[in-house]
Design a binder for this molecule. Structure first.
Ligand SMILES: Cc1cc2nc3c(=O)[nH]c(=O)nc-3n(C[C@H](O)[C@H](O)[C@H](O)COP(=O)(O)OP(=O)(O)OC[C@H]3O[C@@H](n4cnc5c(N)ncnc54)[C@H](O)[C@@H]3O)c2cc1C
Length: 433
C-alpha cells in the first residue's frame, strides 16, 4: 500500500516514520523548503558572528521512561538531556499582584506558598475524593478544574499555567485542550493519576529541538520539500491523486498531517461536513521576542516566569532558553524568550504589533534588575496553536468521521497541543490501523 503524507511538521514526519517501520512505503510532501513545521532550531548568531540559536516553537519535550516519547527517541537513537544539572535549578515563577512568586518544586510546599489562598489550599485535600465525571458531555477546562479541585485553583493558578502552554484564556477552552487531565482523572482522581503516571521531565536533544525533526526527516527516503499540496482528486478504485507545485502523485492512502484550516481547504470538494468542522477549529497567534542580556541570578538557572492574566496586559511571560539549551547563546549572556498573546483574546486594545520597547517595559516591571538587551529578535507565530474551545471534541469527531475512504487527518489539533501529545496520539493511531 502506498501512502502519501501531506505536511512535514513533527506530526507528518512521525506518521511517515511509524509507517516505514511497519514496512509501508510513505512519501512526504512539505510546503516549506525545510521540514519540521514548528519544531525547528533556527540560527541566531551574536553580533560578533559567534553562533547561537532560537527555537521556532517548542523549547523542549516532556519525557518519561517507557512512554511513546521515550520509544521515539530510542527508535531514532537520538539522545536527549535534562537541563537540570544541579539541585535547585529550573525554578519557575508566577507573576501575581505585581511580584514574581516562586512555584514550589514539591506539591507539599505549595501548601505554604502565597500563590493560593488558604481556602483554595484546603479544598485541594478533597480532590482525591471527588468522583470522576461522565465522559460526555464535554466539560469546559475551567469547569473541570473547579469540579475536581475547587474554583480557587481554577481562578488563582490555572490561568497563568494555561496561558503559558496554550496562549489562551481558560474560560474559552474545553477540558480536551489538555488531554492529560482526563487521562489522570480516569485513574479516579488527578492525585491518583499523577501518582500512577509519574511526573514528566523536560528534555531537549543536544543543539535544540530541531534535532528531532532533522533526524526524522533524515530517516525517511522520500521527503519532498517546497511541495505544497493544492488539490486532491479521487480516482476509480479508491485511489487518490494529489497535485502540487506542478507535480502529481498517486497513492492508496493520503494522510493530511496539517493544521485543521489547511486540511479543510483540500477536503472541501470531497467532504464538506468534515471541512466545515475543521474550519471551525480556531488557531491562536503569538508574538515572540527573543533577547540577550547580562546573566542575572536566579533567573539564569531558571525555567522562566508566567504572568497571571490579565495582569500582564497580554504579556504572558518569559522563558530562559539559555538555561534550557545552553548552546543557544554565548556563556556570558542569558537569553530570554518573551510571549505576547493575541490582544483580542485578552481584551486588550492594541492594533499595532508590540514593539521591543513595549515588551521591555513589561519585563522590567517584573525583573527590575535585568540589564538592557544587547540583541533582540522578533518572531511571529501566526495561527500557530490550535485553540480547543468548548465543543472541540464534537468538531474533531465530525471531521474524522466525515473523511472520505483513503483519507486521514492527523494533527496536534486532534491529539493535543504538545509534541508529547502528538507522539502518544500517533502511536495509538498507528496501532489502530
Ligand atoms: C511558539 C510555540 C511554542 C511551542 N512550545 C511547545 C512546547 O514547549 N512543548 C511542546 O510539546 N509543544 C510546543 N508547541 C507545540 C508544538 O510545536 C506542536 O504541537 C507541533 O509542532 C505541531 O506539529 P504539526 O506537525 O501537527 O503541525 P505544524 O508544525 O504546523 O506542521 C504542519 C506542516 O504542514 C505544512 N503544510 C501546510 N500546508 C501544506 C500543504 N498544503 N502541503 C504540504 N505541506 C503543508 C506546513 O508548512 C508545516 O510544516 C509550541 C508551538 C508553538 C507555535
Amino acid at each position: 500500500m502506498r501512502t502519501l503524507v501531506i505536511g512535514g511538521g513533527v506530526t507528518g514526519l512521525l506518521a511517515a516514520w511509524h509507517l516505514q517501520k511497519r514496512g509501508q512505503a510513505a512519501e512526504l510532501w512539505e510546503a516549506e523548503d525545510r521540514p519540521g513545521g514548528w519544531v525547528q532550531t533556527l540560527p541566531w548568531d551574536h553580533s560578533d558572528g559567534r553562533p547561537g540559536h532560537v527555537e521556532k516553537g517548542p523549547q523542549g519535550i516532556l519525557w518519561q521512561p517507557g512512554t511513546p516519547v521515550d520509544r521515539v527517541f530510542k527508535g531514532l537513537d537520538l539522545a536527549v538531556e535534562s537541563p537540570v544539572k544541579e539541585q535547585g535549578q529550573g525554578q519557575r515563577w508566577v507573576g501575581k499582584g505585581g511580584r514574581l512568586i516562586p512555584v514550589p518544586a514539591h506539591p507539599v510546599k505549595l501548601m505554604t506558598s502565597p500563590l493560593m489562598s488558604l481556602g483554595t489550599k484546603l479544598r485541594l485535600f478533597r480532590e482525591p475524593f471527588v468522583k470522576p465525571g461522565p465522559p460526555e458531555p464535554e466539560e469546559g477546562l475551567e469547569e473541570f478544574i473547579s469540579r475536581r479541585a475547587g474554583r480557587g485553583l481554577a481562578e488563582e493558578l490555572l490561568p497563568a499555567m494555561v496561558a503559558g502552554i496554550l496562549a489562551a484564556p481558560t474560560h474559552l477552552l474545553s477540558v480536551d485542550a489538555l488531554p492529560t487531565l482526563r487521562k489522570w482523572e480516569s485513574h479516579g482522581s488527578l492525585f491518583a493519576g499523577v501518582r500512577k503516571n509519574g511526573v514528566s521531565h523536560l528534555m531537549v536533544p543536544q543543539g535544540g529541538m530541531g534535532g528531532l525533526t532533522a533526524r526524522l526527516a533524515a530517516s525517511l527516503p522520500e521527503v519532498q520539500v517546497a511541495r505544497k499540496a493544492e488539490r486532491l482528486e479521487r480516482l476509480p478504485g479508491g485511489r487518490w491523486r494529489v497535485w502540487g507545485g506542478g507535480e502529481e502523485a498517486e497513492a492508496d492512502q493520503v494522510v493530511l498531517a496539517l493544521p485543521a484550516y489547511a486540511a479543510a481547504e483540500l477536503l472541501a470538494p470531497h467532504a464538506e461536513a468534515s471541512a466545515e468542522a475543521l474550519r471551525a477549529i480556531p488557531y491562536t497567534s503569538v508574538n515572540l521576542w527573543n533577547s540577550r542580556h547580562t546573566p542575572l541570578a536566579p533567573f539564569r538557572d531558571g525555567f522562566g516566569f508566567l504572568i497571571h492574566p490579565p495582569e500582564g496586559n497580554s504579556y504572558l511571560g518569559s522563558l530562559v532558553p539559555s538555561w534550557i539549551e545552553p548552546s543557544s547563546c554565548a556563556p556570558e549572556f542569558m537569553q530570554l524568550r518573551s510571549f505576547i498573546g493575541d490582544p483580542h483574546l485578552w481584551g486588550v486594545r492594541r492594533e499595532e504589533r508590540p514593539t521591543w520597547e513595549w515588551v521591555w517595559t513589561q519585563i522590567r516591571r517584573w525583573v527590575p534588575g535585568l540589564s538592557e538587551a544587547v540583541q533582540t529578535r522578533e518572531d511571529r507565530a501566526h495561527q500557530a496553536i490550535p485553540r480547543a474551545e468548548k465543543g472541540h471534541r464534537g468538531r474533531v469527531r465530525t471531521a474524522v468521521e466525515g473523511l472520505p475512504q483513503g483519507i486521514e487527518w492527523i494533527s496536534n489539533a486532534r491529539f493535543g497541543p504538545g509534541v508529547r501529545d502528538v507522539m502518544e496520539g500517533l502511536e495509538a493511531w498507528v496501532q489502530e490501523r
